[in-house]
Each structure stands twice: as C-alpha cells, then as structure tokens.
Design a protein around this ligand. Sequence first.
Ligand SMILES: Nc1ncnc2c1ncn2[C@@H]1O[C@H](COP(=O)(O)OP(=O)(O)OP(=O)(O)O)[C@@H](O)[C@H]1O
Ligand SMILES: [Mg+2]
Length: 270
Amino acid sequence: MENGGRRARIVSISSGKGGVGKSNVAVNLAVRLSAMGRKVILLDADLGTANADVLCNLTPKATLAHVVAGRCGLRDVLMDAPGGFKLVPGASGLANMAALSEFERARLVQQMQELEAQSDLLLVDTGAGVSPNVLCFAAAADQQLVITSPEPTAVTDAYALIKTLVRQQPQADVRILVNMVRDAVEGRAVFDRISAVSQRFLALRPKFAGHVPHDARVVMAVRRRRPFVLDSPHCEASQCIGQLAHRMDRHAAEPRGEGLIRRVAVWLAG
Ligand SMILES: Nc1ncnc2c1ncn2[C@@H]1O[C@H](COP(=O)(O)OP(=O)(O)OP(=O)(O)O)[C@@H](O)[C@H]1O
Ligand SMILES: [Mg+2]
C-alpha cells in the first residue's frame, strides 16, 4: 500500500480525561475514511489501556510492544481491520509500556515515518492525559483532535491538555470534538466554553470538529465488538462521524507544513 511518495496527514486523537470516546471515534473514523477510498492506518498508541483491537474483534499476535522492544517493525504488526483500514494494535496491560524511554520514543517516531509513507492518513489514538508519551505523539501529528464529553471534569481536563499541547507547540492545530452530547446545541456550547478560555489565556483559537451524540447504538456496537458505523450505519452517531470524515478528507488535501521528524525534534528540544 505504498502511496507513491505522498506523505500522510497525521492526526492525533487525545483527551484529558479517560473514557470520553477516543478509541471509538478513532476506529469509526478509520472505517469511514477507508470507505471514502483513503488508505488509513490507525496506530493504537494508548500504551496503558489499548483496546482498538477489542472494538474490532481482532486478536493480535504481535503488537506495538514488540515494535518498541525492537523485535519487529511496525509493518510486521499491521492487521486488516473491519471496513478496510489497517490497525497497529496497541499493547495493553504492560506497565513498562506506560512510560517509554526517550530512546524508545524516538525509535517509534522513526517507525511512524514508514507508516506515513504507506497511507493517506495516519490516525493515532494516544490515550488520555498529558504524559510525555501522549505529548510526543501529539507533537508528531499535523493536527491534534481533542475529545471531550460535556462532563465538567472532562471539559476541565480537555482544557488542561490543550494548555500543555500549546505550551509545547505554539503552532498546534487543535480541534475539539464533543462526544456523548444530548444534541448539537450542547456540543457547540461545550466547544464555545473551551474556546473562550483558550483564547483568553492561551491566545489560541481552537477549531470545532463537531459533536457526536450519546447514542445507545454505540454501546450496543461496543458490546458486539463491531465499529458502530458498520453495525448501525444510519444512527445519529454514525452520521456525525461521517460528517467529520468528510471534513477531514477535505483538509487532508491541503498542503502540509514541516515534516514529522522536524516537528518532533523541536518538541524534544523544547
Ligand atoms: N457517542 C457515544 N454514545 C454512547 N456511548 C458512548 C459514546 N462514545 C463512547 N461511549 C461509551 O464510552 C465507552 C468508552 O469509549 P472509548 O473506549 O472509545 O473511550 P476512550 O476515550 O478511548 O477511553 P480510554 O481513555 O479508556 O482509552 C464506550 O465503551 C461506550 O460505552
Ligand atoms: Mg481508548
């Protein structure tokens, strides 16, 4: 799946608080973007509680842990996932993965270049919080998608994450997706709150990536271990993911800034 030398756009998917829907958004976006004809790779880089493989009902033989340990390359652990995207399964339950050494992080970023060359879009589920691992993956990305729910604790933690991201990378392209909302109005209101504080205290104008409603179909699909856009393609949540995929696809056609290694080098130096 070489893409003729074009470089993929890398989008990190993060959150301040855990459990707000990162992995579901990542997997379902990957499915939708693949359906639109894009070569998509999802890197499950949540090094504590990776579970994109579970959402896709896959049983990986090798994971990111093997790659980090230097036992194989990323190419060797790529799996065919439902809907046609490729998954790099994450490593769950390995305490030593939770905090990579600088050497391991640098090696992983090197390997990400290989994935980038093979795809049109590289999505990275970073896990929650503001650990150095998360910040490293966000620094490697062209675009940082921050997910929150409307819960006040999730909103506060999302702002804390954005603050840390922007401190590391003043040029960060931060986009906010509000998941598990009652309706579009609530999603917009949550975004407006975070945006107002970001503008006031960080001089940052984050972009609105949209909302995904709280939808019982999502919960059902998770239980069935099927991406909800395949399990219930017409439910409200699937429609919202479809809209996000279309917007991302448009952006993917835009020219890119500096390269991956340069961005991360700046981050490592800073
Ligand atoms: N739009 C939604 N509607 C209903 N339930 C949802 C929605 N999004 C997520 N959920 C519920 O929240 C749970 C957690 O979602 P998910 O695993 O995607 O979150 P996460 O941010 O990746 O969590 P973690 O921080 O543990 O990695 C899901 O199993 C599902 O039950
Ligand atoms: Mg997750």
